[in-house]
Design a protein around this ligand. Structure first.
Ligand code: PMP
Length: 353
């Protein structure tokens, strides 16, 4: 730190992204990326867009926003496209949180929520999960604070129904409820349609997982148009060209191939359920995940040990070591072949080889 940094920033603990090691080729199951490449249309569109990189990108992202609106059946004014969904989450904490407008979120959830809260000096409370790692909706009635919930939750993969989300929305009308649907395409029901009914709902989505575009950085927020205007204020006060023109082109081409991506999601969901069953047969406890990852623990193997042993064998999973999850690893679901490699190496580890 230099002596010039703002005093309150000193205490902020930054978000630590998952490892992206370069020392060898791993079976990479640690950052919830898609194992499938983007469709050829995306590559083609990006190559074409590269020819006009001398020009600024469209700050309004009119075409991309219109396509996204059509895909999800919402009005374009109810959308804001962002640089990954991390950016829309950042905007939401920045716009809606303050000393007098704290945030609450589950005790075990996406690690960026507390980071944003600390960055903006927003007080926050972590609400414990139930013993089966699910969220108790009753804990979120009339909380008197803004709420952020990942649905499915990460790293547990557990999901709340749209009805449960409505219960939360209707009992917190004076506060913003952010529903982070980064993993919704892998088997959950989206609550995006509720933005027309609840002006306190912000749904955040990403192209990183289900649309194979993690490296492009594209996400969006959907909400009441007044809420979106607030978030646009932050965008235009920080980074008006927040989505670059290559990503703009990639996003539009990806939406044109919607079926290709949704089909990939079904394959991943199938691989997830197969792998969960196989891990259970080997004595693992696995939560009922509706996301593209599994949250698993074993009585005879600590989470850290399992992570390290898999890494030695060229399989990379994520170990958090966070309170309540010390014994767990999060395993991204990849191709059937990748899952079979994971199971093969797991058998060797369990056999002490
Ligand atoms: N929300 C959740 C729950 C996540 O796990 C992630 C991935 N790190 C994100 C949001 C952000 O993803 P991205 O910025 O790539 O859209």
């Amino acid at each position: 730190m230099s002596r010039f940094i703002r005093a309150d920033l000193d205490a902020v603990k930054e978000y630590v992204p998952g490892e992206q090691p370069k020392d060898m080729r791993y079976v990479k199951l640690n950052t919830n990326e898609s194992p499938f490449p983007p469709s050829p249309k995306v590559t083609e569109a990006v190559t074409k867009a590269a020819k006009t990189l001398n020009l600024y990108s469209d700050p309004e992202l009119t075409a991309l926003t219109a396509m996204t609106a059509k895909t999800y059946g919402v009005d374009a004014e109810c959308l804001l496209m962002t640089n990954g969904s991390d950016e829309i989450l950042n905007f939401a904490f920045c716009a809606f949180g303050s000393k007098n407008a704290p945030f609450v979120f589950p005790s075990l959830t996406y690690g960026f929520y507390p980071v944003f809260a600390e960055l903006y000096g927003i007080p926050y409370v972590k609400i414990p999960l139930k013993s089966d790692f699910s969220i108790d909706v009753n804990d979120y009635r009339n909380v008197g604070a803004n709420i952020a919930i990942a649905n499915p939750n990460a790293p547990t993969g557990k999901i709340l129904s749209v009805k449960d989300i409505e219960t939360i929305l209707s009992s917190n009308r004076e506060h913003v409820v952010v529903i982070d649907e980064a993993y919704i395409d892998f088997g959950g029901e989206s609550c995006i349609k509720l933005i027309n009914k609840y002006d306190n709902l912000l749904v955040t989505r990403t192209f990183s997982k289900s649309f194979s575009l993690a490296g492009a950085r594209l996400g969006f927020g959907a909400g009441d148009r007044e809420l979106i205007k607030d978030l646009k204020k932050i965008k235009y006060s920080t980074n008006p060209y927040n989505v670059n023109s290559l990503t703009d082109a990639a996003g539009r081409a990806a939406l044109e191939d919607y079926e290709y991506y949704m089909n990939n999601c079904s394959v991943i969901a199938k691989n997830r359920d197969f792998c969960a069953e196989e891990l259970k047969k080997r004595g693992f406890f696995v939560t009922d995940s509706k996301a593209n990852f599994l949250f698993a623990s074993h009585l005879k193997l600590s989470g850290r040990e399992y992570y390290l042993k898999l890494k030695e064998r060229g399989v990379l999973v994520r170990y958090f070591g966070s309170t309540g999850a010390e014994n767990f690893v999060r395993i991204t679901v990849g191709t059937e072949e990748q899952m079979n490699t994971l199971l093969y190496e797991t058998d060797k580890i369990l056999a002490g080889e």
